[in-house]
Ligand binder design. Structure first.
Ligand SMILES: NC(=O)c1ccc[n+]([C@@H]2O[C@H](COP(=O)([O-])OP(=O)(O)OC[C@H]3O[C@@H](n4cnc5c(N)ncnc54)[C@H](OP(=O)(O)O)[C@@H]3O)[C@@H](O)[C@H]2O)c1
Length: 218
């Protein structure tokens, strides 16, 4: 079992804003990064300013001690199939995706293609049973993902996943990235954590406010 070493090999599946921001964050904290995409030209600008390598989804997954999944929710399973189950087996995967449907928001409320009885991460966990998924980074905008500064102190990241050791590794990373972690237990908690994305986006759609984060007070 791999516990959190000082320096990890991070494989990022994705080339969008979340993938780039998290990749730069991991590099800033001294980890090594391979970004995975079907279209390497999309990452030319990022590669010109960052030390990370660029490869396919499978290259990124094969390279990694820890994988980050940061693609459109509707194609998350497709991307993991391209990464291949063999390259993902046994590995912790930070699942930053949200199951956003191809439908417009209603009064600022996004629509999902999942239900409250089945989250996207549970679907992925079922298809890739040997992979240790941990939901994280889905309930904040990419600009506040890495060491965000808030007057109210450290924000809270809600996480869940079936494997306790994988959740611990992700908790260590969140600590490094300036977050406190609220561990919500097994994968079913993603039914509650994925919709936090809806809640987070409402002030954005209604009032163009996109710079907040959640905090759990005790
Ligand atoms: N944007 C945010 O601030 C934010 C915050 C929290 C969570 N999220 C979630 O994080 C995820 C990534 O968001 P994003 O805005 O960075 O990027 P995005 O535009 O949602 O996704 C871009 C990625 O999706 C992949 N993709 C698109 N169609 C595909 C297909 N048919 N097969 C395989 N891969 C495909 C692309 O792969 P290629 O590289 O090969 O083109 C690209 O890497 C989403 O699930 C989103 O809901 C976003």
């Amino acid at each position: 079992m791999v516990y959190f070493p000082q320096i990890m090999k991070i494989g990022i599946i994705g080339s969008g804003d979340v993938a780039k921001v998290l990749a730069s964050g991991f590099l800033k904290h001294g980890h090594s990064v391979t970004m995975g995409t079907r279209e390497p030209s999309k990452l030319e600008d990022w590669a010109a300013q960052n030390e990370g390598r660029i490869g396919s989804f499978a290259d990124a997954a094969a390279f990694a001690d820890l994988v980050v999944l940061a693609v459109k929710g509707a194609v998350a399973a497709d991307a993991l199939r391209l990464a291949t189950g063999a390259n993902l087996a046994g590995k912790p995967v930070i699942d930053a995706t949200n199951p956003i449907a191809e439908l417009p928001p209603v009064n600022g409320v996004l629509r999902f293609f999942t239900s409250l009885d089945e989250s996207l991460m549970e679907r992925l966990q079922r298809e890739f049973p040997e992979t240790r998924f941990v939901k994280a980074f889905n309930s904040v905008g990419n600009r506040r993902m890495v060491n965000p500064q808030f007057e109210g102190g450290k924000p809270t990241m809600f996480i869940c996943g079936n494997d306790e050791s994988a959740r611990k590794i992700v908790g260590e990373i969140l600590d490094q990235f300036g977050w406190e972690t609220a561990d919500m237990g097994k994968a079913e908690a993603a039914r509650a954590i994925e919709p936090l994305c809806m809640l987070w986006c409402i002030p954005g759609f209604l009032r163009n406010e996109w710079s907040h984060a959640f905090k759990l007070l005790k």
